[in-house]
Every structure is written in C-alpha cells, then in structure tokens.
Write a protein that binds this ligand. Structure first.
Ligand code: HEC
Length: 137
C-alpha cells in the first residue's frame, strides 16, 4: 500500500500536465478559453499588466451614466459600431486601448487614459478585453 502516494503523485502530475498544456491556444479547456470571461476579469482588476498600471475599473464604471475619471463604458459596444465611420467596433475598441488619444470621447481630455497598455499587456489580454467590451451593448 506504500505505492498509493506514488500513484497519486503520478496522477497529480498528469493532471498538472494537462493544465499546463492548456496554455496552447488550440487546446484550452472551456473555463480558460472564454475570452469574454477573461476580459471581464482583467477589466475588474485595480492594477493591470506588468507595470502595474491602473486597471480599467479605476476610471470606468459599467453603470450607465456613472462617469468617473473616464466615461461609463455601459453601451460602449453600441457606441463603438458608429463612433468612427468605416471603422468596425472591434477596431475602434482596439484603438481605444492601444492609442487612447487617437479618438476622444466627447467632453474628455487627451492624456488622461493610461497610454501603455499595448506594451504592458499580452496580445491575448487585449483581445480578451475587446471581446468583453463587445458584449457591453
Ligand atoms: C487613468 C484613467 C483611465 C484608465 C485607467 C483607463 N481609462 Fe479608458 N478612458 C479614460 C478617459 C479619460 C477616457 C476619455 C478620453 C478618451 O476617449 O480617450 C477614456 C476612454 C475610453 C474608451 C472610449 C474611447 C474613445 O475613443 O472614445 C474606452 C473604450 C476605454 N477608455 C477603455 C478602457 C479600458 C479597456 C481600460 C483598461 C485596460 C481603460 N480604458 C483604462 C480614462 C482611463
């Protein structure tokens, strides 16, 4: 019966191995592969990225009409569809994260939104944030 711990150890490392493999995009389990959920979780962090930049919730609420340092992002997906003629909602939201001063929300100044998310966040994290914002209709 001494072999049990060893068997458990093998089983556990096999499981960990499976979890480890999940970081390859082709092979993600359901929980991690939902970019909307990942994006929501990222959005809600008070610090984000490798330089501990202020997180989105520090400046943006998701409650309609509740403007903080930045505008409420309630309905941002709908706004993004027509904000810039000829630009898709997805492209608009990507630009909003990567180059925040390229397009300004009416009534808000340039130079306030953190400008370095493109350097601090992984491409998948930016994709996840966009996927989440596309649900805010
Ligand atoms: C330090 C405060 C601050 C933080 C942190 C911040 N924002 Fe902003 N954000 C602003 C301000 C101010 C505006 C309005 C000016 C503008 O449009 O760039 C804005 C505008 C936006 C817009 C509308 C863009 C447009 O062009 O009209 C989106 C979308 C957005 N932010 C998403 C995010 C996301 C996603 C994060 C987190 C990764 C984030 N913001 C973090 C302050 C912030």
């Amino acid at each position: 019966m001494k072999s049990h711990p060893i068997i458990y150890a093998i089983l556990i490392s096999a499981l960990l191995g499976l979890v480890g493999c999940s970081s390859s995009p082709a092979n993600q389990p359901q929980v991690n592969s939902d970019p909307v959920q990942r994006g929501k979780a990222l959005f809600e962090l008070s610090m984000i990225g490798e330089n501990k930049a202020p997180g989105c919730v520090v400046c943006h609420s998701l409650e309609s009409g509740k403007n903080l340092v930045g505008p409420s992002l309630a309905g941002i997906a709908t706004y993004a569809q027509t904000a810039v003629p000829g630009m898709s909602a997805e492209a608009f939201l990507r630009q909003a994260i990567l180059e925040p001063d390229k397009h300004l929300m009416e009534g808000y100044p340039a130079g306030v939104m953190y400008p370095n998310y493109g350097k601090d966040l992984a491409p998948e994290e930016i994709d996840a944030l966009i996927a989440f914002m596309l649900t805010l209709k």
